[in-house]
Design a protein around this ligand. Structure first.
Ligand code: NOJ
Length: 737
């Protein structure tokens, strides 16, 4: 392998990355410094010369290992100071072996599975020379219209924070300078998931308390897990676009949290500061972003073009510039790039190997959420079943099951649901295959008759419906989130045959299923499950595995309920089942009154279709004996909360045991429930386990009216159970001393 000729000049292994970055900085010219702030797309015009001349610090979207090595060679051997490149890529839920979309991974509630998925993605990506991923995406979102909900880890700060941290650990491995590690990037800082109307790139207005209590904790968790880079969001936060937001990047990230890595802009998001109407021209935009704390510019070239004049005119100073360059160089040293800039693919396990596929299959199985299972239609019994019909455009589409953001995933590796069903049943069950529709958006009922006829003659119809991958992801938002195209019509038509329907939904977001939910016997929500989606789903359909996924996000009955999430505030008029009226029951002549009125929709009530944390199993779990180590805990102390969980059914299965609390009275109002812990356990039939949660009073802290993070003494409720509608309840008090 090629060697870095500058390695010996700068590599004193006992010297810290900080010191090495400082030493290197001293040798740099103004142009070389600004060069480190520039990230350009692979294949860009003039790229080789620019790298050779030290005008580039990072390249994104170049994954051909020979070209990556050539770029690194130009950087380390031909540029004056031999500074290696950061090679960035969106490795979001796998590189070649594609895992479920992040929202699906969140439905596993399994830190280990999520960490392993990121680890595998990192080794596969690193074998192409990638040393930096733009993940995890840890924007809290409560709006399924937003296409990027697919990339998110759901609505809850604790679930998102813990799984986001697991992703960071997986990408970065045990040591960042290992050749199998890649740098993680916590994105999009911050508030992007709260864009108005679920419309991508739109505005987010989030009061500071809500920002700190709900939207920022997952970023703090990623930082605590070691994330060395952050990405600024495209969106406008409270009138200040995130890419020019000093409060976020200087005050919170650097001063309050002590972040020592670097911040990258989003794609041209510095240039877009002028489009937002926040900067009057490109020079001003560069000044705002640099002053706010964006260290590296992705894609646009405002830093390159305007920092020299800003420095010359004294509007920006060299110390500020040095701080930005230092942050980037330090990460390059931490990654060990000065020691191993080059990539030898032979140093890595094969892409898409059996171990990777097995992990992808396990995670896909854990990510599926059983939402409904009337008359125990699932699991299907191969011994009893004579015939089945497989219907739907997503049953046999290796590409669509991969989901959004799969730059490097290839459908040729995918195992589809139809193939897996054939493999599972062999000759024992007659399988009819009738796609019925060309794609999920199709409004041509031409294939319906065949599907209906086949269903009529079968014991069960298994329908693979939902959304193709293009219907979610960046800039792919929807105003209606029903099953698109004529899929609902298809469900109704097949239901008319009287054959029980098992609906498997492949989608990048929660869909509103109210129009068809009563027409199907079972619903297995499989998200976009990735390369091994087919075998994972077949295992669940035929009972080789029990479903164990739990919803990481609330499912509305209808779009008008959005935002709907479990950790809502109580309001002054909380609804209850006996206090609500239905739109059909209103007497037109009734006088208007506010007596007895509460917070609900006349046409939707106040409950979701499916609540956060919900998910059925093929077995039953009983919860009993909730025990608290004490009913009083002094500030600074801890409580142990436990419950006994027993598998009272007939099959072995995983269960996700969840702990929630409510702070009854606060200096600012507190949510009616907040997730504080979760554990995935495995129980054989008849087996029981005491599940113990440790809760420190600091876990109860929140930002109050003065924006101080406090835990207030007072009364709390605690619940342990299988969802956000948990089985067991207790109370405790936090005391001042
Ligand atoms: C824009 C997206 O918002 C961001 O998440 C992604 O990492 C960059 N493009 C780079 O592809």
């Amino acid at each position: 392998m090629l060697q870095n000729p500058h390695m010996n000049q700068v590599s004193e292994t006992e010297t810290s990355p900080q010191q090495r970055a400082r030493d290197l900085l001293e040798q740099m010219t103004l142009d070389e410094k600004i060069g480190q702030l520039c990230q350009v797309n692979g294949g860009a015009h003039d790229l080789h010369d620019a790298v050779r001349e030290g005008r580039i610090g990072s390249v994104l979207n170049e994954v051909h290992v020979d070209e990556v090595n050539e770029l690194q060679r130009l950087a380390v051997e031909e540029s004056r100071l031999g500074i290696p490149l950061l090679i960035g890529r969106d490795v979001i839920h796998g590189f070649k072996t594609i895992f479920p979309i992040p929202l699906g991974q969140a439905a596993t509630w399994d830190r280990d599975a999520v960490r392993l998925g990121a680890r595998i993605a990192a080794t596969e990506a690193a074998s192409s020379g990638v040393n930096w991923t733009f993940a995890p995406m840890i924007d809290i979102t409560r709006d399924p219209r937003w296409g990027r909900i697919a990339e998110s880890l759901g609505e809850d700060p604790v679930l998102c924070g813990e799984l986001g941290a697991a992703m960071v650990q997986g990408f970065q491995g045990e040591s960042l300078d290992n050749v199998h590690a890649i740098a993680a990037c916590a994105k999009h800082f911050a508030g992007y998931g709260a864009v108005e109307g679920g419309l991508d790139y739109s505005t987010a207005n989030i009061p500071e308390g809500e920002l700190r209590n709900t939207y920022l904790p997952s970023f703090k968790a990623a930082l605590d897990a070691g994330a060395v880079t952050f990405m600024a969001s495209f969106s406008d936060l409270n009138g200040v676009p995130a890419s020019g937001n000093e409060f976020l990047m200087k005050q919170v990230l650097r001063e309050e949290w002590g972040f020592e890595g670097f911040v990258v802009s989003d794609w041209e998001s510095i240039k877009e500061l002028t489009v937002h109407g926040f900067a009057e021209n490109d020079t001003h935009a560069a000044l705002e972003a640099a002053t706010a704390g964006v260290d590296m510019e992705m894609a646009s070239t405002l830093y390159r073009d305007h920092l020299p004049e800003l420095i010359e005119s004294g509007r920006f100073n060299i110390e500020q510039l040095d701080a930005m360059v230092f942050n980037i160089l330090k990460v390059k040293f931490e990654l060990g790039l000065f020691e191993h800039a080059y990539t030898n693919p032979h140093d890595y396990p094969a892409l898409v190997n059996e171990a990777h596929l097995k992990a992808a299959r396990d995670t896909a199985a854990k990510s599926c959420v059983l939402l409904k299972n009337d008359n125990r239609v699932l699991p299907l019994d191969r011994g009893q079943l004579n015939s089945m019909t497989v219907i739907g455009p997503l049953a046999d589409d290796g590409y669509e099951q991969l989901g959004t953001w799969i730059f490097d995933g290839e459908s040729r590796h995918s195992r589809t649901c139809l193939q897996a069903i054939y493999d599972m049943v062999g000759d024992s069950v007659q399988v009819h295959w009738a796609p019925a529709m060309a794609n999920s958006r199709c409004r041509d009922g031409g294939g319906f008759d065949e599907a209906i006829e086949a269903a009529r003659q079968s014991d069960v119809a298994v329908m693979f419906l939902g959304e193709e991958s293009i219907l979610s992801g960046e800039a792919h938002c929807r105003a209606e989130i029903d099953l698109p195209g004529d899929q609902e019509k298809l469900v109704h038509a097949v239901a008319e045959t009287g054959t029980p329907i098992v609906l498997v939904v492949l989608a990048g977001r929660p869909l509103t299923l109210g129009n068809i939910i009563d027409r199907v016997s079972a619903v297995l929500y499989a998200w976009h499950p990735g390369t091994m989606g087919g075998p994972a789903i077949a295992d669940l359909l035929f009972g080789e595995e029990s479903p164990s996924g739990k919803l990481p996000v609330t499912f509305p009955r209808m779009v008008g309920q959005i935002p709907i999430y479990y950790s809502r505030k109580n309001t002054g008029r909380p609804p209850s089942h006996d206090s609500i009226t239905h739109i059909d029951d209103i007497d037109g002549k009734a006088p208007q009154t506010s007596l007895g009125m509460s917070a609900f929709h006349l046409d939707a009530g106040f409950t979701p279709q499916f609540h956060f944390g919900y998910g059925l199993s093929y077995t039953e779990f009983s919860y009993r004996d909730m025990v608290l180590s004490d009913h009083r805990v002094a500030l600074g102390g801890s409580l142990r909360l436990s419950a006994t969980v027993e598998n009272t059914g007939e099959v072995a299965a995983d269960e996700v045991v969840q702990l929630y609390i409510r702070d009854l009275v606060g200096n600012v109002t507190r949510p009616v429930k907040e997730l504080k812990g979760f554990q995935r356990i495995h129980l054989a039939p008849g087996e029981s386990r005491d599940v113990v949660f440790e809760l420190h009073t600091d876990d109860l802290a929140f930002y109050d009216r003065r924006m101080e993070r406090i835990t207030e003494p007072g009364q709390f409720h605690a619940w342990i159970g299988s969802s956000s509608d948990p089985e067991l309840w207790a109370e405790f008090e936090v005391t001042a001393e």
